[in-house]
Design a protein around this ligand. Structure first.
Ligand SMILES: [Zn+2]
Length: 378
């Protein structure tokens, strides 16, 4: 029988590092490394060193952040203060939604993983951008950084694949009769994701001290200040300031257009990485909580890349099209993922670890559709 160690202990190495130890009482255990993880880390570290690439504090990341903040600011000011008619306001609302998603994909996501900078205060500051655009960096730290990243696609532990009874994303979830249409109606529900975040789920999860079935602590001290301050800032930007200039109906209409753009963009991009036909959904042994793979193999086999050759996708999506590399190396700035992907892929082939990449964004969308349709059936 292979030796077993708990997952968080696997994550103490330099760049091949996942989130901090889970506070969940339901901690799972991964099989001990068979050498794949160490070899991968050695090769990627050697590549970064030999090419003089800095894992964090990359000028490309600072420049990209400035472009995204400027786009967000310009779209907001033009929409709220200058737009005269729907022909101007609708494209600006869509642009504002895309810029918001861009800040989420690129800036707060890297910062939340401490992949933005070597300076903790810069990571904290950039992670707080999520609070300013309507989310919560506190909730995200648990939901994404710990539950999703540690226990990818493990039903009952990865809160990203738990959407309640609305749909069945995992084959281990209960099927309800109305799920037979989920591959059709779920796309519309994706549009409501950001509205739910803004108005309901962050408050509900913090008050309840749970995300799905997983427990989280309640924010205290600085975390509480950021949570409440961020919500106050967002509600001022989204509703209070626009209401000084426009009617309630107009404010709600353009809030909805912006939020639906954010919701669809975030949902579709995140779903292409894990809820597709090629991703695994392993379950731990019921008595011991053991996962049959080592942590790094689990990350690769539950994750799928897409559109790796598209420079536009890679720039806009914050490297989320290189999700395998992101899950293995969440503390490396995403701008390096296209360069390290061939190293990861060849190491996987050598060690017999299944590595899947969809050639295009559309191929990923089609696979997500087929997966939803497959799980819609009994
Ligand atoms: Zn992540």
């Amino acid at each position: 029988m292979p030796a077993l160690i708990e997952s968080p202990k696997l994550m103490q190495s330099s760049n091949l590092e996942a989130p901090p130890a889970s506070r969940s009482p339901d901690r799972l255990i991964f099989t001990q490394s068979n050498g794949f993880r160490m070899e991968l880390q050695h090769r990627v570290d050697a590549f970064l060193e030999s090419t003089g690439r800095r894992p964090r504090d990359c000028w490309q990341m600072y420049l990209k952040s400035a472009i995204l903040f400027a786009t967000y600011g310009a779209a907001y000011v033009l929409l709220v203060f200058f737009a005269q008619n729907a022909w101007q306001a609708v494209p600006l609302a869509v642009l504002l939604g895309l810029a918001t998603a861009g800040i989420g994909f690129n800036v707060q996501h890297d910062a939340g993983h401490n992949a933005y900078s070597n300076h903790p205060w810069i990571n904290r500051m950039m992670a707080i951008t999520l609070d300013l655009i309507g989310g919560s960096s506190f909730v995200w730290r648990f939901k994404h950084g710990i539950f999703h990243h540690t226990y990818v696609n493990v039903t009952g532990h990865d809160t990203d694949i738990d959407v309640g009874i609305l749909a069945r994303l995992s084959p281990h979830e209960k099927r309800y009769a109305f799920h037979r249409w989920q591959h059709i109606y779920l796309w519309a529900l994706y549009g409501l994701l950001a509205i739910q975040w803004h108005l309901q789920s962050d408050f509900y999860e913090v008050l309840k001290g749970r995300i799905g079935k997983m427990r989280i602590p309640r924010p205290r001290g600085w975390d509480l200040v950021v949570f409440l301050g961020g919500k106050a800032f967002f509600f001022c930007m989204a509703f209070a300031i626009p209401l000084c200039l426009h009617s309630v109906g107009i404010v709600l209409l353009y809030y909805a257009i912006t939020a639906i753009t954010i919701g669809i963009t975030l949902s579709v991009v995140f779903q292409l990485a894990h809820t597709v036909e090629e991703a695994d959904f392993p379950m731990p042994a019921p008595d011991s909580g053991r996962i049959s793979n080592e942590w790094a193999v689990h990350q690769v086999e539950t994750t799928v890349d897409f559109a790796r050759n598209s420079r536009i996708a890679s720039w806009c999506l914050g490297g989320l099209n290189f999700q395998i590399e992101h899950h293995l190396f969440p503390r490396i700035c995403h701008i390096h993922y296209p360069a390290i992907a061939p190293i990861v892929e060849s190491t996987c082939r050598e060690y017999g670890v299944r590595y899947v990449a969809h050639p295009t964004f559309c191929a990923g969308v089609a696979s997500h559709y087929r997966w939803l349709r497959k799980l819609s059936k009994a």
